[in-house]
Design a protein around this ligand. Sequence first.
Ligand SMILES: Cc1cc2nc3c(=O)[nH]c(=O)nc-3n(C[C@H](O)[C@H](O)[C@H](O)COP(=O)(O)OP(=O)(O)OC[C@H]3O[C@@H](n4cnc5c(N)ncnc54)[C@H](O)[C@@H]3O)c2cc1C
Length: 466
Amino acid sequence: MFKPLSAELLTEFRALIGPEYVLTTAEETEPWTHDYTEDLRFQPEVVLKPANAADISAILRLCNEAGVPVTAAGGRTGLSGGMLAVHGGVILAMDRLNKILEIDERNLQASVEPAVITQVFQDAVAEKGLLYPVDPASRGSCFIGGNLAESSGGMRALKYGTTRDYVLDLEVVLPSGEIIHTGARTLKNATGYDLTRLMVGSEGTLGIITKGTFKLVPQPAFRKLMLAPFPKGEMACEAVSAIFRAGVIPSALEFMEKDAIDFAQNYLKEFPFDTSSVEAHLLIEVDGQDEMGVMGQAEKVFAVLEGFECGEILFADSPEEQARLWRIRRTIGEATRAGNVIKEEDTCVPRAELASLWKCVKETGKKYGLQAFCFGHAGDGNLHVHILRPKDGGQVWEEIARKAVREIFAYTIQLGGTLSGEHGIGWVQKEFMDIPFSPIELELMKGIKKVFDPKGILNPGKMFPA
Ligand SMILES: Cc1cc2nc3c(=O)[nH]c(=O)nc-3n(C[C@H](O)[C@H](O)[C@H](O)COP(=O)(O)OP(=O)(O)OC[C@H]3O[C@@H](n4cnc5c(N)ncnc54)[C@H](O)[C@@H]3O)c2cc1C
């Protein structure tokens, strides 16, 4: 379907961005053959490192004319295989577009290029007393551009929202090479179709994002963190929606099953969680500008938890103790992957349905003989499901796991949920898109793709079933 890269095109790329930014050998291109999705590897024909939107425009124009596929790569931490060059062609490594362009303290906004690392952005605005609250566990290595493309969420989405809720305007290069600007630097905007929010979560299939402006909020002055163990995982799930019903919106509310914590603690060789007689823990944070108000929220949470058969609740008062608990939570993904191949699903349901979803995962795992466990952002109904491949596993495991995932997804949709809360569809979930969407709904989405990318060169093979 796509043309291989010609020697002439490579010569044009070298003249355009400089030969040192055109990587072609297996050794040079290796980091762009994989992300964090299972053990998948795809070899691009070339990795290009453009310096700016003008370079990207020229590259896309050339590739569009030649019919060569182009896939953007950010920090390569994706969990749905979004940046994999499944049809070969060009990887556009965004690394050189890494500047924070402006922090506008008067308007509480900031403009950044797409290769700014999320934590670098958070730290830069924190120095000015501001908060960029989108907080994925991968914040130390993922890029803002990748966050935009996946509409990333993370730990604080339940109170503050996801990437989609913070972006005000974007600069985007279309597959034709044209550069467009979407949105405005206003907090509301009722002017035409919302192309900004269409681009967010479009997984690099509609255009290449080269700049974005985000709103910021003031840093909360006080935070309290609690750790609650539950002998029964179901009770932990039920407690989640009860906390909201009691009138508290925590700034983080994470569910961690025993297996998930054991992986992280063994990996870090730190053991602040006692998992000997519990099925799950909840890690709950409340924040605010007023110390008494934050204390009041923590007391309300405490009172709710007591009604759900939880064990002794730990209040992490010092910043060191809080950091220690968060370190365990943030390390679960990395720790499970160390030496293992996993399927990671990103199911999301209305939060009162969490217990049903969790029980479905456990029962489906048992039915198919799979090690399956959950952790994640329970406060917004988002449970990550890890399904481990046994060391001697192979094709049979793959088939069984996909069957199990289909059943879990079908039940998730029945509960009013969705396949992915924040990781996107990419390469590995696209075979399941027939579960939430009818053929006409899928055709509408494909129609949008055609308007932006008539030749289908941008990140082909993603999001839609064949
Ligand atoms: C240990 C671990 C923990 C994680 N925790 C979370 C979490 O808590 N919350 C969460 O939401 N995610 C999480 N993730 C998933 C991942 O980090 C996010 O999806 C992240 O946004 C990906 O960013 P990236 O820069 O690594 O993008 P990549 O993986 O490089 O790319 C992701 C997608 O974005 C596209 N893309 C990249 N840059 C651009 C651009 N400039 N323009 C257009 N398209 C572009 C790519 O083509 C691809 O489709 C986690 C991942 C890991 C490994």
